[in-house]
Design a protein around this ligand. Structure first.
Ligand code: HEC
Length: 354
C-alpha cells in the first residue's frame, strides 16, 4: 500500500514547530493529560462550533469522554495512524492543520496504548474486483477466522464498489463476537472510513466454526479511488468460547503435495519476500521452515483459504487459476497449468475434513 503524503507528514518528528511549553512536559503527560493540555484547546477552537452538538465528539465539559467514547470508540484505531479523526479532511468543517494532526496523532498513540480495547483493524487488501479474504488471525488468534467477500464495480456509477457475499467465519479454535464492523478505504488521498457506515447495527456472536453474513451480506462503497485498498475496523471484536488449538490432520500429505508449490513459486516470487501486499494477504515465509510448530500453523493458514464444500471456490486455488478457467481477475500471478495443484489441494482438504 502506498503510504499517503498525509501519513508521511503525520509521521514526521513532532515538535518541529516552536511552541512555548515547559521542557519535558510532553513526556510526563498521560493520555488524558496530553489531550487536556495539548489537543483539546485546538480541537475546541477549530471543531467544536459544530461538533459540540452534531456528531458530538466534543461535548462541552466532557470533551475527553465524548471523543474516546464516540461511536463506541471509532477514533481509537490500532494503528492510530488510521483514525478517521485524522482523515476526515475538508468537509463542512475545515481539515486539521498539519500541526494539529501531529498533536492529535501523538495523543492517539498514548491513548491507544493505554486503552484496553482499541479499535481493531484487519490487514488490507486491494479494492480491485475479485474475491477477498481478510484474516482475523491477528485479532482473535485463530488462523481460520476470517471475513470473505467479492468485490465488483457497480455498473453505471463511477467509483462505486459492490461488496457481496460478505461473510464472517469463525474458525475451530474459538467463537467470535463482533460489534459494528466498518470498511476503511485507504489510498494516496488518505484513509477514510466508509461514510455510509451501513454495518453500524451489526452485532454478531458466532459459535466456533460458524459462518454468517455480515449485516445484509453486502455493502456499497462510494467514491473509491481507482487505486485503493480496503480493511475492516471493528468497534469491538473478541475471541469467545475458546476451544483447543486446531491441528491439521493431514499435515504430512500437505507437506508432500501442497507445500512445495507454496514454497516455490508462491513464496519465492512474492509471498515470502518483502512484498508487503503479498505477505499481508498470505505470509508464506513458513513454507520453507523446518520447525514443526511453524509447519502446523502454516498448514492451518492454507486450510483457512480453502472451501471444503466447494473446493473449486477455494481462494488458494482461484487466485492462481486463470480467469478463463474460473479463477479471480485480481491476482497478478497465475499457474499456467493449475490442474496438478488443484488435485493436490482437493485430495489434501478431503483428508483434512474426512
Ligand atoms: C461547520 C461545521 C463543522 C466544523 C467546524 C467541523 N465539522 Fe466535522 N463534521 C461536520 C458535519 C456536518 C459532519 C457530518 C457529515 C460529514 O461526515 O461530512 C462532520 C463529520 C465529521 C467527522 C466524521 C464523523 C463520523 O461519525 O463519521 C469527523 C471525523 C469530523 N467531522 C472531524 C472534524 C474535525 C477534526 C474538525 C475540526 C478541525 C471538524 N470536523 C470541524 C461539520 C463540521
Amino acid at each position: 500500500m502506498a503510504a499517503s503524503t498525509r501519513i508521511l507528514i503525520l509521521l514526521a518528528p513532532l515538535g518541529a514547530s516552536c511552541t512555548l511549553e515547559p521542557a519535558g512536559l510532553r513526556e510526563t503527560l498521560d493520555a488524558r493529560g496530553y489531550f487536556e493540555a495539548l489537543v483539546k484547546p485546538q480541537l475546541v477552537a477549530s471543531c467544536a462550533a459544530c461538533h459540540a452538538t452534531r456528531e458530538p465528539f466534543l461535548q462541552p465539559g466532557r470533551e475527553y469522554e465524548s471523543i474516546i467514547e464516540y461511536k463506541g470508540g471509532l477514533f481509537l484505531t490500532r494503528p492510530p495512524e488510521l483514525s478517521y479523526l485524522l482523515h476526515r479532511g475538508q468537509h463542512q468543517g475545515p481539515p486539521l492543520t498539519d500541526e494539529q494532526a501531529a498533536e492529535v496523532l501523538a495523543w492517539l498513540r498514548l491513548q491507544v496504548r493505554q486503552d484496553a480495547r482499541p479499535v481493531a483493524v484487519t490487514p488490507t487488501v486491494s479494492a480491485a474486483p475479485g474475491e477477498y479474504f481478510l484474516s482475523l488471525k491477528q485479532l482473535v488468534g485463530d488462523p481460520l477466522a476470517r471475513i470473505t467477500f467479492r468485490s465488483e464495480a457497480l455498473p453505471h456509477s463511477m467509483g462505486s464498489l459492490l461488496l457481496s457475499d460478505l461473510k464472517l467465519v469463525a474458525g475451530p479454535e474459538a467463537g467470535i463476537q463482533v460489534k459494528h464492523p466498518r470498511f476503511v478505504i485507504s489510498s494516496a488521498a488518505g484513509v477514510v472510513s466508509d461514510p455510509a457506515d451501513s454495518l453500524s447495527n451489526v452485532e454478531l456472536n458466532l459459535e466456533p466454526r460458524e459462518a454468517r453474513p455480515l449485516g445484509p451480506g453486502g455493502v456499497i462503497l462510494t467514491n473509491v479511488p481507482k487505486i485503493a485498498s480496503l480493511a475492516v475496523a471493528f468497534a469491538s471484536i473478541q475471541r469467545v468460547q475458546p476451544q483447543k488449538m486446531a491441528t491439521c490432520k493431514a499435515l504430512d500429505l500437505f507437506g508432500r503435495t501442497v507445500r512445495p508449490t507454496l514454497a516455490m513459486p508462491c513464496a519465492t516470487t512474492c509471498h515470502g519476500g518483502p512484498n508487503s501486499v503479498a505477505t499481508n494477504a498470505f505470509n508464506m515465509r513458513a513454507a520453507t521452515s523446518t520447525d514443526a510448530a511453524e509447519q502446523m500453523r502454516f498448514c492451518l493458514d492454507a486450510l483457512a483459504r480453502t472451501n471444503p464444500e466447494y473446493i473449486e471456490q477455494s481462494a488458494l486455488l482461484r487466485q492462481v487459476t486463470p480467469p478463463a478457467q474460473g479463477g479471480t481477475p485480481n491476482h497478478p500471478y497465475k499457474l499456467s497449468d493449475p490442474g496438478p495443484f488443484r488435485q493436490a489441494v482437493a485430495a489434501w482438504v478431503a483428508a483434512e475434513t474426512k
